[in-house]
Design a protein around this ligand. Structure first.
Ligand SMILES: [Zn+2]
Length: 367
């Protein structure tokens, strides 16, 4: 069971570097091969997506892995034996690990159940929380968000990334945790405050040249379809609003991510549009420019326009003054879209739930 030791850490970093090399070279082959037919490229792609781990035991819950992950050779090699430094894990070899045990507190992992239990018992005793609490959702305080610095809690963030990769079909460079912060969504049962559970997270580049407010987002499978992804998305947007940076999630977005964002963006935009009176015209049609929607919802104009089109609620109305794109919005159709997709118009995040002053841009006084 890898623990937070310096050797385990450096071994894993070396491994991570190897993996990022492996994945970039394989994608290089895929893009530069000209004689290969499309179907064999697809087959190759499909092979790279083949799962190598069948099932994870996370705390006391078992569920299937969806995609391959890049756990080190000690886990993925046949019989758990690494042939030594330089071993690289090839994906596309099918299932090699029927069951992987993962600690639901620190994401340490192993194939042996007895070792794992020893670890869990000792990990539970430590009872440590990661990073600092930045947000509390609702009055009961059962849902909280914690910020963890990848360069401080390196092994924890690497183990979290390895686990997350089992459910994410993207991101080749997944192990550079140093330049990211991780925001953990934690559920603390009011009846059992000693058992907080991390149910998902998003990562964010500390310095993003593209103004990305989120790199990866995942709600772990047992907690999906409860609207928790929307809560994390809303937290990421509220943070960027506080920072005064207008941005969005890193592109390309996975299929699952796109579905989630479409609902989140659509809901935020719909709430604002339905509240706005000045677009009212007869039959609920009104003109509004995309910049205003973006300014009010803090969703980048491109993302606003894309989702408005996908929602099928806009007619192009040409450009307003200068280069501002204007669209004609039909409120009746907005309402229909909301009902059809069962979108909640409640606010996803309570800005008062953040710790005081969190991420707020400091005003520079004088020169
Ligand atoms: Zn642990």
């Amino acid at each position: 069971m890898p623990g937070p030791t310096a050797t385990a850490q450096s071994r894993q970093q070396a491994h991570a570097r190897r993996m990022s090399k492996t994945s970039s070279s394989s994608s290089g082959i895929m893009t530069t091969t000209t004689n290969t037919s499309k179907s064999s490229l697809d087959a190759e792609k499909e092979k790279l997506r083949e799962r190598n781990i069948e099932q994870v035991i996370f705390g006391n819950i078992a569920f299937k892995a969806w995609y391959p992950s890049y756990y080190p050779a000690s886990v993925l090699m046949e019989g758990g034996k690494s042939r030594g430094e330089g071993d690289s894990i090839e994906v596309g070899k099918g299932i090699v690990v029927p069951r992987l045990y993962v600690c639901n507190r620190c994401f340490a992992y192993g194939r042996e159940v007895i070792e794992w239990w020893k670890h869990v018992r000792c990990c539970e005793r430590e009872n440590l929380s990661r990073g600092r609490k930045i947000y509390t959702h609702g009055e009961e305080g059962a849902w909280t968000v914690w910020e963890v610095d990848g360069s401080v809690e390196t092994l924890f963030c690497q183990n979290l990334s390895l686990f997350a990769k089992l459910f994410l079909d993207n991101k080749s460079v997944f192990f550079d945790v140093y330049s990211f912060n991780y925001f953990l969504l934690v559920y603390t049962p009011p009846s059992n405050p000693a058992k907080p559970q991390i149910v998902g997270f998003f990562s964010k580049e500390k310095m993003s040249w593209d103004n990305n407010n989120l790199a990866c987002i995942l709600i772990f499978p047992p907690w999906q379809k409860k609207g928790l992804g929307a809560l994390l998305m809303a937290v990421s947007y509220e943070i960027s609003r506080r920072e005064g940076i207008l941005g969005g999630p890193e592109k390309p977005i996975s299929d699952l991510g796109r579905k989630g964002y479409k609902r989140y963006w659509g809901g935020e935009i719909a709430r604002w549009l339905l509240e706005v009176r000045e677009t009212d015209r007869k039959k609920g049609r009104g003109m509004v420019d995309v910049e205003s929607i973006s300014k009010e919802t803090w969703i980048a104009a491109d993302d606003c326009l894309a989702v408005l089109r996908e929602m099928g609620i806009v007619e192009k109305a040409g450009r307003g003054k200068g280069t501002v794109e204007r669209v004609r919005i039909d409120k009746v159709r907005v309402r229909e879209w909301v009902d059809r997709n069962k979108i909640s118009l409640d606010r996803q995040v309570d800005s008062n739930g953040f710790v005081e002053g969190y991420a707020e841009r400091k005003e520079v006084v004088g020169d």
